[in-house]
Design a protein around this ligand. Structure first.
Ligand SMILES: NC(=O)c1ccc[n+]([C@@H]2O[C@H](COP(=O)([O-])OP(=O)(O)OC[C@H]3O[C@@H](n4cnc5c(N)ncnc54)[C@H](OP(=O)(O)O)[C@@H]3O)[C@@H](O)[C@H]2O)c1
Length: 242
């Protein structure tokens, strides 16, 4: 994709990786719209980066996703890039009382929302690029976040098919595969020990400039390129027997 002169919607763009992408895309002379549930997070993001356009939305609800699409169609009909970045991560165990309820929440935000948004936004005549944010955990799961990892494996697979289906229409589909990074994903403090978002954002822009459509970095790059034996070793390392 061209990295300048786009109009881009980043879901979950007020914080973490989404905000890192928003900052860099603004710097590269793009118009960037961010959306999310918390008005306070959207306002903080706009305070730090006044060029941003903000829109509050709840992607857990099909009506909220349709409303977002209809708003873009009416107010920003020249939007050409959709970035499905919003996601949640929940630590849970199959024997928890509320396991299924929480699993459904995660499936809704991490799977239903990007699938539904892709199906809505491909109708936008100006659309040229869809970027989906999966995870290094798509390839080797961390059993503490079992449903999260499975949702990201789904998104990885779905993105490959979407790339193939949309190619004849010249809509480019790109997958970003972050490694573990220091954001508030999963709750305050859980990711504090991991590297800052900035290194990943640098890698994303380097690789976008090279025309890559599957973008990984650090441990996620190793997972993407690992063979079956390396994946088995990674699983054992990440999930020691207690
Ligand atoms: N950090 C990592 O280690 C890591 C690694 C691999 C992949 N990822 C992926 O990177 C993406 C961004 O995560 P992050 O690490 O940057 O965490 P984050 O800061 O928590 O970002 C998640 C964003 O999603 C938004 N969101 C969540 N539920 C939503 C909903 N129902 N409707 C609309 N927006 C919603 C949140 O905003 P509101 O709460 O205001 O709605 C928030 O801005 C996620 O898909 C995550 O799975 C992260």
């Amino acid at each position: 994709m061209n990295i300048s002169n786009n109009k881009i919607l980043i879901t979950g763009g007020a914080t973490g990786i989404g905000f890192g992408l928003a900052e860099r895309f603004v710097k590269e002379k793009n118009t960037v719209i961010i959306c999310g549930r918390r008005e306070s997070a959207l306002n903080d993001a706009k305070g730090n980066l006044p060029a941003l356009i903000t829109k509050s939305c709840d992607l857990s609800d099909a009506g909220g996703r349709e409303e977002l699409y209809n708003w873009v169609k009416k107010e920003h009909s020249d939007l050409n890039v959709l970035i499905n970045n919003a996601g949640i991560q929940q630590w849970m165990n199959i024997s928890d009382d509320n396991f299924f309820q929480r699993a459904k929440e995660e499936i809704t935000i991490n799977i239903e929302a990007p699938v539904h948004l892709a199906s809505l936004f491909q109708n936008l005549p100006s659309l040229e690029v869809i970027i989906n944010v999966s995870s290094g955990l798509s390839f080797s799961p961390l059993s503490k976040v079992p449903v999260y990892c499975a949702t990201k494996a789904f998104l990885h697979s779905f993105t490959l098919s979407l790339q193939h289906q949309l190619k004849p229409r010249n809509i480019e589909v790109i997958e970003l595969i972050p490694p573990a990074l220091n954001t508030d994903l999963g709750g305050l403090g859980i990711h504090d020990a991991y590297p800052p978002v900035s290194g990943f954002i640098d890698a994303v822009f380097d690789q976008l400039k090279q025309g890559k459509t599957i973008i990984a970095y650090g441990t996620s790059e190793r997972m993407l390129n690992a063979g079956p034996q390396q994946l088995q070793q990674a699983f054992s390392r990440m999930n020691p027997v207690e």
